[in-house]
Design a protein around this ligand. Structure first.
Ligand SMILES: C[S@@+](CC[C@H](N)C(=O)[O-])C[C@H]1O[C@@H](n2cnc3c(N)ncnc32)[C@H](O)[C@@H]1O
Length: 245
């Protein structure tokens, strides 16, 4: 399956890393909400899809997980992850999440932080994750919110208009699912937009029981640390799902 590996583009990777090192919305908004859903991981064996630099994997081991496997398509990301880790309970692999059906072990939990919207076959992935989990295992992930990803921008970076100094986000093309190409550090960044019913039904059709869904919002604390996140108080950039096999 053809898939873009934008994190191995140097200009993109440098821009992304500098954003992440500078109180990003991932750190202030997305990660705290995702970890609240992840909850207790003591003694669990966990697979992280699109693990990036492995920050979450180190945190999961710190929280008592027995073993974490982090996979990512990008060599740049896995190199960083390996450089930053000295735990023998974590294993990193350069691997696409499209290929997880080739893994020959089962996991107690599969997690993913803002990586699944990069792949084309969401329904297929849900089924592959289901097959990799032990009975009662959980799949918990964050994903670009469909209200934020819907507008077809063709390499234009702003998905809003400003009227009387207020940002109004664009929600056209909501039911027109599929590839979105935007400018984010570089031109041509590909992600996939799905509407809400597709995101939920993909999980149900794979056999999962949906336990919780959350939508992101900036807390007052986050806004205090970075005032520009006031725009994320009323507009959700991320959505989270927690489901059980
Ligand atoms: C926004 S980053 C998030 C990284 C990490 N989860 C975090 O939260 O710090 C998205 C990650 O998904 C990875 N990715 C994109 N497509 C992928 C695929 N098909 N298989 C595995 N990883 C993929 C990228 O290389 C990148 O590391």
């Amino acid at each position: 399956m053809k898939q873009q590996n934008i994190y191995d583009n140097k200009e993109f990777f440098d821009g992304y890393q500098s954003m992440r090192n500078n109180l990003s919305a991932n750190e202030l908004i997305e990660i705290p909400q995702l970890f609240k859903l992840i909850g207790n991981v003591e003694n669990l064996s966990i697979l992280d899809l699109g693990c990036g630099t492995g920050k979450h994997d180190r945190k999961l081991i710190g929280m008592g997980a027995r073993k974490v496997t982090g996979i990512d398509l990008s060599n740049n990301m896995i190199n960083e992850a390996t450089k930053n880790t000295n735990s023998d309970k974590i294993e990193y692999k350069v691997m696409s999440m499209n290929d997880i059906d080739k893994l020959d072990e089962k996991f107690d939990m599969v997690v993913s932080s803002l990586a699944i919207h990069y792949i084309e076959d969401y329904d297929g992935l849900c089924k592959k994750v289901y097959n990799l989990l032990v009975d009662g295992g959980r799949f918990i992930f964050s994903y670009g919110h469909p209200m934020d990803s819907c507008a077809i921008l063709n390499n234009y970076s702003n998905n809003y208009v400003i009227i009387n100094d207020k940002k109004y986000f664009l929600i056209s093309d909501y039911n027109n699912e599929g590839k979105r190409v935007s400018h984010w550090f570089v031109d041509g960044v590909e992600t996939y937009h799905r509407n809400m019913s597709h995101l939920v039904n993909g999980l149900i059709d794979a056999g999962f029981k949906l336990e919780r869904m959350e939508e992101s919002y900036a807390t007052d604390e986050a806004i205090k640390l970075k005032p520009k996140y006031i725009e994320q108080k009323d507009h959700s950039y991320y959505i989270y799902f927690k489901c059980k096999k």
